[in-house]
Design a protein around this ligand. Structure first.
Ligand code: AMP
Ligand code: GLY
Length: 404
C-alpha cells in the first residue's frame, strides 16, 4: 500500500514510522514533513495547497491518506480525494465539529449521557458578567472560546478579577458564543481510538504535560512531553473510558454522522468517575510520539478495518520529552540556531526545524522530542533524559519532570 501522512510535526513522523513498520506498506510519504524527518530517511514532499496534494496522490497512485491535524481534517481534502477513489482516513468536517466547536461537543456529550463539566452558554456580554458575579469562586470558573484556538482559548480563573479580565480578553479575541464551565478536579489523561461508525479499536492511553513548567498555572502549550500508558487508571476506569467511546460513536451513528478516523478523548479522573474535558478528531501531539512506539499491531490493518482487531501494545512504558525554543509559548522566540546532536538517540522526532547552511536549525516553538521505552517509567525517564542531554541549541528548554 502507498500511504500519505499529512502534516509536519512529531506526531506525523510517529504515524509515518508506525506505518513503515507494516509489511503492507510499500511507500510512505509525509506531506510536507520537515528536513529533520528527511535526515531520518523518511520521504517528504513539499506541497501545501489542497489541490496540489490531491494531484500528487492521483499521479502517484496513493491508496490511503491520513491527515494528522485538525486544520487539514476540516479542509475539503477528503471530499476531493473521494472523487478519485482515494481513501482518506479522517472524520467528515460535519462531525469534526466535535473538536472545532466546544458548544457542539458539549451538546453531544450531554445527549450521549457522558460525564462532563456542567456548563453555561454565554451569548452576550451582559450574560457573561452576570454569570461571573454569581459565581462564588469557592472553585475556579473555566472560560472557553467556542472555536479552534490552538490551546489559547481556555482560562481557568481562580478569582473574580481574573475572570473579568479573561472574559474581556476572550471576547475581544474570539467573540461569542463563550462557554463557562465548572472546574473539574482530578488528574488528566488522554485516550485514543481508531474508529469506524459504531466500531472502534482502543489504541491506548497517555498523559500529556500541557504547561510550560511545573507550576500548574503556568502558560499552556501544545504539550511539553508525555508518557504512556497512563499509570493512574484502574480496570474500572478503563471500562468507563471504553464506554465513553462506545456511547459517543453510537450516538453519532444514530444521527447519521458516522465517525471515521482517530478519536482523542481529553479526560479527567474525578471523584465521580472519568469525565470528558474535550474530544479531538485526530491523534495528540506529543501523545502519539509516546503511544505509537509501543504499538505492536500492524497499524495499517487497524486503519483498514477499525474495530475488527484489538490493538496489541508493548507492556513497556514510554517517556517522551519535548525540547522547545527559548520564548515559547509566546510569539517572541529565539530561533535559527544550529542544532547539534552528539549521540543520535534511539527515537527522535522533529517538529519546528529548518535546514540552515550548517544543518538543522530551530524554526518553531516545539523543536523536537525524544522517546525512550523501558520496563518501567523510572527507567524510561532516565533514558529519555540522558539522551536529551546530547542535544543542544542556543536557548533550548525542556521540562525536567516528565513521568514523575
Ligand atoms: P481544552 O482546550 O478544552 O482541552 O482545555 C485546555 C486545558 O484546560 C485542559 O487540558 C485542562 O487542563 C483545562 N480545562 C479545560 N476545561 C476544564 C474544566 N472544566 N475543568 C478543569 N480544567 C479544565
Ligand atoms: N497534546 C494535546 C493535543 O494534541 O491537543
Amino acid at each position: 500500500m502507498k500511504v500519505v501522512v499529512l502534516g509536519q510535526g512529531g506526531r506525523e513522523q510517529a504515524l509515518a514510522q508506525a506505518i513503515l513498520r507494516s509489511p503492507k506498506a510499500s511507500r510512505v510519504v509525509v506531506i510536507p514533513g520537515n528536513p529533520g524527518m528527511k535526515l531520518l530517511g523518511i520521504e517528504c514532499i513539499e506541497v501545501n495547497a489542497v489541490d496540489d496534494i490531491v494531484n500528487f496522490c492521483r499521479t502517484e497512485n496513493i491508496d490511503l491518506v491520513i491527515p494528522g491535524n485538525e486544520t487539514v481534517i476540516l479542509s475539503p481534502i477528503k471530499e476531493k480525494l473521494k472523487v478519485y477513489g482515494i481513501k482518506c482516513f479522517s472524520p467528515d468536517p460535519q462531525i469534526a465539529r466535535l473538536e472545532s466547536s466546544k458548544v457542539f461537543c458539549k451538546q453531544i456529550l450531554q445527549e450521549a449521557g457522558i460525564l462532563t463539566a456542567d456548563y453555561q452558554l454565554i451569548l452576550n456580554q451582559e450574560e457573561g458578567l452576570q454569570a461571573i458575579e454569581k459565581h462564588n469562586f469557592s472553585s475556579p470558573l473555566v472560560l472557553k472560546a467556542d472555536g479552534l484556538a490552538q490551546g489559547k482559548g481556555v482560562w481557568v480563573c481562580k478569582d473574580l478579577a481574573s475572570a473579568l479580565k479573561s472574559f474581556e480578553h476572550l471576547i475581544k479575541s474570539f467573540g461569542f458564543p463563550v462557554l463557562f464551565e465548572h472546574c473539574l478536579v482530578g488528574r488528566e489523561l488522554s485516550a485514543f481510538a481508531i474508529c469506524q461508525n459504531e466500531s472502534y479499536s482502543f489504541l491506548g492511553t497517555a498523559v500529556d504535560y500541557k504547561r510550560i513548567d511545573e507550576n500548574p498555572f503556568s502558560a499552556n502549550t501544545g504539550g511539553m512531553g508525555a508518557y504512556s500508558p497512563c499509570h493512574f487508571i484502574e480496570e474500572k476506569d478503563q471500562k468507563e473510558i471504553e464506554n465513553i467511546f462506545s456511547k459517543i460513536l453510537k450516538l453519532t451513528a444514530q444521527k447519521n454522522l458516522n465517525y471515521q478516523g482517530f478519536l482523542f478523548a481529553g479526560l479527567m479522573k474525578t471523584e465521580k468517575g472519568i469525565a470528558v474535558i474535550e474530544f479531538n478528531v485526530r491523534m495528540g501531539d506529543p501523545e502519539t510520539q509516546a503511544l505509537l512506539p509501543r504499538l505492536k499491531s500492524d497499524i495499517l490493518e487497524l486503519l483498514m478495518n477499525p474495530g475488527q482487531n484489538r490493538c496489541d501494545l508493548s507492556v513497556e512504558t514510554s517517556v517522551h520529552v519535548v525540547m522547545t525554543s527559548q520564548g515559547y509559548p509566546t510569539a517572541d522566540m529565539n530561533l535559527n540556531h544550529k542544532i547539534s546532536i552528539n549521540n543520535q538517540p534511539d527515537m527522535i522526532f522533529f517538529s519546528g526545524v529548518k535546514l540552515g547552511s550548517e544543518g538543522l536549525i530551530n524554526s518553531g516553538g516545539r523543536v523536537l522530542g525524544i522517546t525512550a521505552l523501558a520496563k518501567d517509567i523510572e527507567r524510561a525517564r532516565e533514558k529519555a533524559y540522558s539522551e536529551i542531554k546530547n542535544i543542544h541549541f542556543a536557548g533550548s528548554y525542556f521540562r525536567k519532570d516528565i513521568g514523575l
